[in-house]
Design a protein around this ligand. Structure first.
Ligand SMILES: NC(=O)c1ccc[n+]([C@@H]2O[C@H](COP(=O)([O-])OP(=O)(O)OC[C@H]3O[C@@H](n4cnc5c(N)ncnc54)[C@H](OP(=O)(O)O)[C@@H]3O)[C@@H](O)[C@H]2O)c1
Length: 316
């Protein structure tokens, strides 16, 4: 099969197209013939070797944590999916490799769902990783509901733009933070107000929009941006991050809770995300599409740090 893989950790230039053997399909897995792969900042971190101390990486290393395609083969334990069925979801194993930057990739059946009628394969390919993460942040860690005002950092990014949509669907009033060139996108997906974190006095802007501070905040950025949330969220308010746990004592001083989780795409979460996708409450905005052979260019774009919505690779 055709795939893009790295022979060593390093920069985007490590990503090269080549012919590889068809990957084996485990007993509880299916083999998927991919139509699109979603690209995530996590792919770049794996490429650079940032997770090398945490587990096994199989070289040539085929990246890609998510994607969509049709079932090609089913493992010996069987599956609720049949060959030819359109599926999407997470492609994660007990090792790094056998990802979606390829014509074929194995996935555990429990990490997949059927592509809902009327949803494009391209959109389904780009929703699982950032979407399930946003779902955990908004619905589980923050328990956002009607009457809440929620600040979303990185509101134009992969996780943030899906968190905006989920918070709006939950009935909250949403204030998105993004650079001004991304304000159109953040408004289009339903944010009630937008603030430029680069040029505006964010503290003053939020105080004007919600005196006393927001009830909750979503943090897909971390670092000083996370710390700044202590001034934007009310006393006793809640913050959820997918980047790191609270790295400062400022939150405790204001009786604020900071929760963090590393994503696990459980079947229940995938089913709940799928219900939002099928109903049109959530739709990833694909702003960049590359051919599989141009995966290195996709990584250069991701590494540049000016992401907007999602990036996909077309596997044709
Ligand atoms: N815990 C998990 O399991 C998990 C799962 C998925 C992702 N993640 C992590 O979550 C992070 C975000 O992922 P992503 O896919 O959303 O990345 P992304 O698409 O690159 O989006 C990040 C966005 O943050 C914004 N930003 C940058 N600096 C900012 C600042 N100082 N203040 C406010 N916004 C700022 C940028 O938007 P503007 O250009 O508009 O400013 C950028 O688009 C990554 O670190 C990723 O590794 C973790």
């Amino acid at each position: 099969m055709r795939a893009v893989a790295c022979d060593a950790f390093g920069g985007p230039e490590q990503l090269r197209e080549r012919e590889l053997d068809r990957p084996p399909v485990g007993p509880n897995s299916v083999l998927v013939r991919l139509a699109y792969a979603g690209v995530n900042p996590g792919d770049s971190r794996i490429r650079q070797g940032q997770f090398a101390p945490k587990g096994r990486h199989v070289f040539p290393l085929v990246l890609g944590l998510e994607g969509a395609g049709t079932v090609e083969d089913v493992g010996i334990s069987g599956s609720r999916f049949e060959p030819g069925q359109a599926v999407y979801g997470m492609f994660m194993h007990d090792y790094m490799g056998d990802g979606t930057y390829a014509e074929l990739a194995p996935a555990r059946s429990r990490h997949l769902v059927a592509v809902p009628e009327g949803v494009l394969m391209r959109d389904a390919a780009a929703v699982a990783c950032a979407g399930a993460t946003a779902l955990v942040l908004v619905e589980e860690l923050l328990g956002v509901g009607p009457g809440d005002t929620v600040v979303v950092l990185g509101a134009s990014g992969g996780v943030g733009h899906l968190a905006v949509q989920l918070a709006v669907a939950a009935g909250a009033r949403v204030i998105g933070l993004a650079r001004s060139s991304n304000h159109d996108l953040v408004r289009e997906i339903g944010a009630h107000a937008v603030v430029d974190h680069r040029t505006d006095d964010v503290r003053a802007a939020i105080a004007e929009l919600v005196p006393g501070g927001a009830d909750a905040a979503v943090d897909p950025v971390g670092g000083p941006a996370q710390e700044s949330l202590a001034d934007l969220v009310r006393t006793g308010g809640r913050i959820a991050s997918c980047v790191h746990p609270a790295a400062s004592g400022v939150f405790a001083a204001r009786d604020q809770t900071v929760l963090y989780e590393f994503l696990e795409a459980t079947p229940e979460r995938m089913t709940r995300l799928d219900a939002h996708l099928a109903a049109g409450r959530v739709r990833p905005r694909i702003t960049r599409e590359f051919a599989l052979a141009d995966a290195a260019a996709a990584h250069e774009a991701i590494d540049a740090g000016d992401n907007r919505g999602k990036t996909v690779l077309r596997i044709d």
